[in-house]
Every structure is written in C-alpha cells, then in structure tokens.
Design a protein around this ligand. Structure first.
Ligand code: HEC
Length: 146
C-alpha cells in the first residue's frame, strides 16, 4: 500500500525533474538566440592592384595584342575578359561566368588538367592556391573594374 506521503514525494521528484528539463531547454534556447560569430570576411580583390600584376608577371608574354587570346595586358584585359569570346576553348561562350563562377574559363585554366587544353601559365608553374582563389573571389565579388 502506497502512503499519501510516498505519493507526494514521488510527485515532488517528478516536478523537480520536469523543472530541471525545462530550465535546461530554456538555457539551450538562450544559447541559440545569441548572435552567431561573424563569418570570416573574404578580402575584396582589386582587378588593377591584385590581378593585373599577376597577369603582367605570368601571362602577358603570350597573352597580348597580336598574341594568344585573351589579351591580358593593362588597359585591354578587363574588357577582353568581360566581353571577349574564347578563341581556342570556343566551347565556352565567355571567359567569365558570373552565374557559376567556378565554371569560368579564366578560373579553370589555372587548375591542373582544365576541361580545355593546358593549365596556365603554359610552361610555367602552377599558381598558388591563394592566387587562384583570388581570381575566383574577384568573379564572385561581381567582376568589378576596381
Ligand atoms: C607561354 C605562353 C603562355 C603563357 C605564359 C600563358 N598562356 Fe594562356 N594560353 C597559351 C596558349 C598557347 C593557349 C591556347 C591553348 C590552350 O587553351 O591551352 C592559351 C589559352 C589560354 C586561355 C583560353 C583562351 C581561349 O580563348 O580559349 C586562357 C583563359 C588563358 N590562356 C589564360 C592564361 C593566364 C591567366 C595566364 C597567366 C597565368 C596564361 N594564360 C599564361 C599560352 C600561354
């Protein structure tokens, strides 16, 4: 036979557990409404300050007016990349695809075994991941003429 006292104790125990569970849930909820840490910000890439010097160093010996397309020399490079059409890799309709940046010909030609012919720079060494990423970031940031 369960005494009234025992029933009361049982109820108290259950209430204690319940209040513990509730306070834990509330604590969890608090955690989730705390502001999330800011995601690491990608540095803004400058076409003229960051990319053009890389083209000058590694690309324009072949990619200039009268050389292979695209002309990557200062003054010509931006328009050529944005409105020019690929000549060799002409299954691509443009050098840049802003809708799917990682499929841009300019970017994939810097990766080993690109879908069209050789990795750039021809005969040179592979660009560091940081340089290649800069090209992708510039496309993702809206191909600014900055
Ligand atoms: C030694 C000469 C040489 C250098 C240096 C060079 N390229 Fe090329 N590039 C070529 C040749 C040749 C082709 C055509 C064959 C091919 O697509 O692989 C080409 C093709 C390309 C294409 C595709 C062109 C098209 O119209 O289909 C792109 C984009 C490109 N290069 C970008 C670059 C970039 C960016 C650099 C610098 C990192 C670079 N190239 C350095 C010789 C070079």
């Amino acid at each position: 036979m369960v005494t009234l006292q025992e029933v009361k104790t049982l109820i108290m125990k259950k209430l204690l557990i319940l209040s513990f569970v509730i306070s834990t849930l509330v604590a969890c909820e608090r955690k989730y409404i705390e502001p999330f840490p800011k995601s690491p910000t990608v540095t803004k890439v400058s076409f003229s300050q960051d990319l053009q010097p890389l083209f000058n160093a590694d690309c324009i010996s072949c990619h200039s007016n009268g050389g292979y397309a695209p002309d990557l020399t200062t003054g010509a490079s931006y328009n050529e990349l944005l409105i020019g059409a690929p000549v060799n890799c002409n299954s691509y309709s443009s050098y840049i695809n802003t809708l799917a940046p990682a499929t841009s010909l300019l970017y994939i030609k810097l990766l080993p075994s690109p879908a069209c012919d050789d990795m750039m720079p021809t005969g040179g060494s592979q660009w560091s991941p940081a340089k290649v990423q800069m090209v992708l970031d510039w496309i993702e940031q809206g191909t600014l003429n900055n």
